[in-house]
Design a protein around this ligand. Structure first.
Ligand SMILES: *[C@@H]1O[C@H](CO)[C@@H](O)[C@H](O)[C@H]1NC(C)=O
Ligand SMILES: *[C@@H]1O[C@H](CO)[C@@H](O)[C@H](O)[C@H]1NC(C)=O
Ligand SMILES: *[C@@H]1O[C@H](CO)[C@@H](O)[C@H](O)[C@H]1NC(C)=O
Ligand SMILES: *[C@@H]1O[C@H](CO)[C@@H](O)[C@H](O)[C@H]1NC(C)=O
Ligand SMILES: *[C@@H]1O[C@H](CO)[C@@H](O)[C@H](O)[C@H]1NC(C)=O
Length: 419
C-alpha cells in the first residue's frame, strides 16, 4: 500500500482491507483444529470476594519491587535494544518443536534468511533472567496459565509451549484441542498452559470457530460471563486484544439488549469492553492466588514508507531490525491511553507487559509470505506478490513472541517467589 495522501488520519491508524484475510488465518486454524476434539478438564474452585487495591498492595504479592507494573527491581525491562547473539538465540529450533503450527514455521515455509531468530532483547538497566524451562515448570506445578486473545496471543501460547516442551519426556506432555481452547499439559507437574480464543475479550460473533463472519463483526460490549466461566481458576491469566478492533473506525456493537445494535467509535467501544473486563476481574479474581497480565498491542509493519525512504511495499524482504527510534502509526496511542486509564482504575492489580515499543523495531520478524492463508501455504504465485499476500501482522517462531515470554517469565519468577 502506498503512502496515503488523505487527510483522514484513521487511514493510518486502521489496517487495510488486507487485514480481513489475515484474520481468517486465525479462524481457519481453529476450524482445522476443531477436527481433533480433545477433552477439557474443568477445574472448579471457590473464589474469595475481590479485595481492594490497598489490601493487595499490603499483601505478599507486592512485597517485591513490583508495584508500578513496568519495572522489575527498578529496571524497565521494556526499555532496551536488540543485540545479535547467535550463540544463545534462538531459544529452541523451529524443527525441534512439534507443536508449532504452519502459520509460524517460516523456515519450513521457505523463508531464505534466518537472522531474525538470532536477536536477544537487552534491557538498558539489567539482564533478563536466563529462561529456565525446568524452573518455570516447577513454578507452575499444579497451576494453570491461560493466554486469552486472538491469533497473536495464540502465537505467544505456541511460543511458551515450545520454550517449555523440550525438557518434558515423550508421553508426559500433550496438546488437547477443544475450541475455543487449546491446552498443553505437563503431566508430571500437573501444570497446563492454555489458550482461549476471544479476539475481543468480551463476547462477539467472532468467538465461534466456525459460525461467524469476519467482515460483519458484532461485539457485545457488556457480555463476558460466558468466557469468564472458563477463565475462573486459572492461576495466571494473560490477556490481549487489539487488532480485531482496528478494521474500521466504527464497529457494530451492543450494550444491553442484543437486538439493539449500534455503530460505536472503536475507541469508545474498546473503552467499554475493557470496562466490562475490569469489572469481571474485580468480582472474580483472587489476588492472593491469581495473577493477571495484559499484553499491549503487537505492532504491525504494513507500509515501508514508515521506516524507510521507499514507499512500495511492506515487511516483505526486511531482514534487519529498525535501529532508529521508531513507533508505527499502526500502534494506536488512543487505544494505549484507554488501556492505561483502565488499568489504573481497576481495583485488581494487572501487570502490563508493554511489548509494543520493543516489537516495533522488528520489521524483519513477521511471517510475511512464508505462511498460510485459510489453512493452505501460500502458492508460488501468491509468494511472488508480497504487496497483496505478505502477512505483516503475525510473527515467525522462533522469534519475537519468545521475547515476550522471556519477560513474562521474569515477572513470574518475581511473582511466584523464586527469584
Ligand atoms: C515506581 O515506583 C517507585 C516506588 O514506588 C517510584 O519511585 C517510581 O517513580 C515509580 N516509577 C514509575 C515509572 O511510576
Ligand atoms: C453495522 O451493521 C449494519 C447492518 O448490518 C451494516 O449496514 C453496517 O455497515 C455495519 N457497520 C459497520 C461499521 O460494520
Ligand atoms: C467518534 O469519533 C469521531 C472522530 O474521531 C469524533 O468526531 C466523534 O465525536 C466521536 N463520537 C463519539 C460519540 O465519541
Ligand atoms: C530484497 O532486497 C534486496 C536488497 O536488500 C534486493 O537486492 C532483492 O532484490 C530484494 N528481493 C526481492 C524479492 O524483492
Ligand atoms: C507503553 O510504552 C510506550 C512507550 O514505549 C508508552 O508510550 C505507552 O504509554 C505505554 N503504555 C501504557 C499503557 O502505559
Amino acid at each position: 500500500m502506498k503512502k496515503p495522501n488523505a487527510a483522514d488520519r484513521w487511514i493510518l491508524i486502521i489496517f487495510p482491507f488486507l487485514l480481513v484475510s489475515m484474520l481468517f488465518v486465525g479462524i481457519s486454524r481453529l476450524v482445522i483444529e476443531n477436527s481433533h476434539l480433545g477433552s477439557v478438564r474443568a477445574t472448579h474452585r471457590q473464589h474469595s470476594p475481590a479485595i481492594s487495591r490497598a489490601q493487595i498492595l499490603d499483601g505478599r504479592f507486592f512485597m517485591n519491587a513490583f508495584g508500578n507494573g513496568s519495572s522489575i527491581d527498578g529496571c524497565d525491562v521494556f526499555d532496551g535494544k536488540w543485540m545479535l547473539d547467535g550463540a544463545s538465540r534462538p531459544l529452541y529450533a523451529e524443527k525441534s518443536c512439534p507443536y508449532l503450527t504452519k502459520q509460524v514455521t517460516c523456515q519450513r515455509n521457505g523463508r531464505p534468511d534466518s537472522l531474525y531468530q538470532n536477536w536477544k532483547w537487552k534491557p538498558h538497566g539489567c539482564e533478563l533472567p536466563r529462561f529456565d524451562a525446568l524452573k518455570l515448570l516447577e513454578l507452575l506445578r499444579g497451576k494453570r496459565i491461560m493466554f486469552i486473545g486472538d491469533s497473536l496471543q495464540r502465537t505467544q501460547w505456541e511460543s511458551m509451549v515450545c520454550l517449555i516442551q523440550s525438557v518434558i519426556p515423550e508421553g508426559k506432555k500433550s496438546v488437547h484441542r477443544n475450541p475455543p481452547m487449546k491446552i498443553f499439559r505437563a503431566e508430571e507437574y500437573e501444570a497446563s498452559i492454555e489458550f482461549y480464543w476471544a479476539p475481543f475479550i468480551v463476547e462477539s460473533n467472532s468467538d465461534h470457530a466456525t459460525r461467524h463472519t469476519v467482515l460483519k463483526r458484532l461485539v457485545k460490549l457488556d457480555s463476558i460471563a460466558r468466557h469468564g466461566q472458563q477463565w475462573k481458576g486459572a492461576h495466571v491469566l494473560v490477556f490481549e486484544s487489539y487488532v480485531w478492533w482496528m478494521y474500521k473506525p466504527i464497529i457494530n456493537a451492543t450494550m444491553g439488549p442484543v437486538e439493539n445494535v449500534k455503530e460505536y467509535n472503536v475507541t469508545t467501544a474498546y473503552r467499554l469492553a475493557l470496562q466490562t473486563w475490569s469489572n469481571w476481574l474485580e468480582s472474580n479474581i483472587d489476588p492472593l492466588t491469581q495473577k493477571v497480565f495484559f499484553m499491549s498491542m503487537s505492532p504491525t509493519h504494513l507500509w515501508n514508507w514508515e521506516w524507510s525512504s521507499r514507499n512500495d511495499g511492506n515487511c516483505f524482504n526486511e531482514s534487519y531490525p529498525i535501529e532508529h527510534p521508531y513507533w508505527g502509526t499502526g500502534s494506536n496511542l488512543e487505544i494505549m491511553k484507554i488501556l492505561r486509564d483502565t488499568l489504573q482504575e481497576t481495583e485488581i492489580d494487572v501487570t502490563l507487559l508493554n511489548i509494543t515499543q520493543l516489537s516495533e523495531f522488528r520489521k524483519d520478524a513477521h511471517t510475511s509470505v512464508y505462511t498460510e492463508r485459510r489453512g493452505k501455504l501460500l502458492t508460488k504465485e501468491q509468494k511472488s506478490d508480497p504487496n497483496t499476500y505478505a502477512d505483516c501482522i503475525h510473527w515467525c517462531l522462533p522469534g519475537v513472541p519468545d521475547t515476550w515470554n522471556e519477560i513474562l517469565y521474569a515477572y513470574l519468577l518475581y511473582d511466584l517467589g523464586m527469584s
